[in-house]
Write a protein that binds this ligand. Structure first.
Ligand SMILES: [Zn+2]
Length: 224
């Protein structure tokens, strides 16, 4: 077993642990109610308005942990649990998604780059594996195909890297606003920070995982 395989397995295990910790931290802070009493929806509306944003709608969507900001529709989409709850976890998630809306308004460069990559990445993530496998089979007759596959997967890796500043920055904006607007107490801000840090951890693991996968694929091609 080579070193790359060991890395892939280690990162896989770390990924599962981070996911598990994220779920347990969010479950814990979903039960810690903010005495201020604002729901996720109200937090979102307030943070948007405080940042001079009036053309973004806050909507309620189905599912769990499905919360996201949609830059094309200009909507902050909050899952039911977040939308209606006045827990610390709900405030953290709602403010984080609004952090993306503020990035969009300010033309934050990494967010622009990330949005520009979306169409290419959605195709690449579906097809790169097939192109790489066929490319490996034909590597002696048609070596270019393998490297096309590698270039496609490199796009997926680049996307996971560009996602990091976007996510960290959205959380930083969220926490700064939760504190400055007195929407949460000092203790609650610390709890929100803990929850958002574990969420950010999942993006770090995803980026590391796509890096070792990319190196693994390149190694396969070089050996042939
Ligand atoms: Zn985010």
């Amino acid at each position: 077993m080579n070193a790359n395989w060991i890395l892939i397995i280690v990162i896989g295990i770390v990924g599962l642990l981070v996911q598990w910790k994220l779920k347990s931290v969010f479950a814990k802070y979903s039960k810690v109610m903010s005495p201020g009493g604002l729901t996720g929806a109200q937090i979102a509306q307030k943070m948007l308005n405080d940042n001079g944003i009036y053309d973004v709608q806050v909507t309620c969507i189905q599912g769990q942990l499905t919360d996201h900001y949609d830059p094309t529709k200009k909507t902050v989409n909050l899952s039911e649990d977040v939308y209606r709850s006045n827990s610390v976890a709900a405030a953290a998630v709602a403010a984080h998604e609004c952090g993306h809306a503020v990035q969009h308004k300010e033309g934050y460069a990494p967010l622009k780059l990330r949005s520009a990559l979306v169409p290419a990445v959605s195709i690449s993530s579906k097809l790169s594996m097939i192109v790489i496998i066929v490319g490996l089979l034909l590597i002696n007759t048609f070596p270019a195909l393998f490297w096309v596959g590698i270039a496609m997967f490199a796009m997926v890796f680049l996307f996971s890297v560009v996602t990091l500043p976007v996510e960290f920055n959205a959380s930083r904006r969220a926490l700064a606003w939760l504190e400055s607007s007195n929407s949460l107490s000092q203790t609650e801000v610390a709890q929100a920070k803990e929850a958002l840090s574990w969420a950010a951890g999942t993006y770090v693991v995803a980026a590391l995982s796509s890096l070792v996968t990319l190196l693994y694929y390149i190694g396969l091609g070089n050996r042939r």
